[in-house]
Ligand binder design. Sequence first.
Ligand SMILES: Cc1ncc(COP(=O)(O)O)c(C=O)c1O
Length: 393
Amino acid sequence: MKLDEIKKMDQDYLFQNYARQEICFDHGEGEILWDIEGRRYIDLVAGIAVNSLGYAHPAITKAVCEQAKRLIHVSNLYLVKEQAEAAQAIVSICPPPLEDVLFVNSGAEANEAALKLAAKHTGRTRVVSALNSFHGRTAAALSATGQTKYQNGFEPLLSSAFDFVDYGDAEQLKSAVTKDTAAIILEPIQGEGGVLPAGEEFFRTARDLCDDSGALFICDEVQTGLCRTGRFFGFQHYGVVPDIITLAKALANGFPIGACVASKEVATSFQPGSHGTTFGGNPLGTVVAKTVIETMKKERLDERARNLGGRWMQDLRSFANSSNGRIKEVRGKGFMIGLEMGDEAKMLQKCAFSNGILVNVCAGKVVRLIPPLILDESSIKAFNNTVENFLAQ
Ligand SMILES: Cc1ncc(COP(=O)(O)O)c(C=O)c1O
């Protein structure tokens, strides 16, 4: 099928709720994608921080094929061996007391579960979140999202149980938490908001406030989790452990899955009937999740992201320093890097595209690099050359 035909079918049969680029991919390997016309691209987007092991990773392909032949879905009415094994794998990379896992199907659902769990556990009614955050598109997750552009048109469906503070402002956080606060929910690095790290003091204050007030600290690790930032989890950069973390995106390298991880004490506030989902934790998704975690451990992808990502950021900072302010800032951690560029972000994206490199622009002005964690150094060099040439124009 030709690109024009696919475009027409998209318009004829699909909701037009995405601003799609006119390109259609056929297959991939490692960090390389090929489109239906045979063009090759270095993918520094990874399905928005999803394909951390790259495309067609042999361990993932094997896990999907073998499990699909045995059992794709079975109800949570029964014991599910693969689900228990995936939970054990997740707990093996979590610091105590994060030791119980609830599986869902997406990042928004993981946050939805975490927020319900915090309300049930504390018996309280309010949640503190950060401005400029992104937590997903379901009702509670969207309510927790501190960006009105996503909420406009959906009020009063969304509840007014959320209090927002400037991300990074510890003093505002102190004033926002009250005896009614069930939870503080934060991303360790705001992803959609423009690759903005929280800072240690902000996270430590959140932890202390929760300890003092009895609220629960929820870390949204949907984008930052699973080696993306050079640690298994983003919160590990700040020396604190949350009460609940939420995962999705990279967890099954593209197979839809999400998870909410909590201490046993908190997890027991959900009893049979409190929460659930038909597909959550199905054998196929959880076999893949277990394989992803085993592969990340075996290939030391946390270290790889930390070392290569750290060096890459240094290169990019040196370009920024001699860019006459065209690259205003380079920030992030590991393989989650943002180049703040203002109006030129989209131009650099276009220039990269014409050189066969895919990058994402978030918050309108930040070029975001969130590649497969297995990417080859030659792909990093290719992007660096593009930046150098772009700045020379
Ligand atoms: C930090 C964060 N939380 C939640 C979500 C929502 O995840 P999903 O799109 O799987 O519902 C996203 C998606 O970009 C995210 O970046």
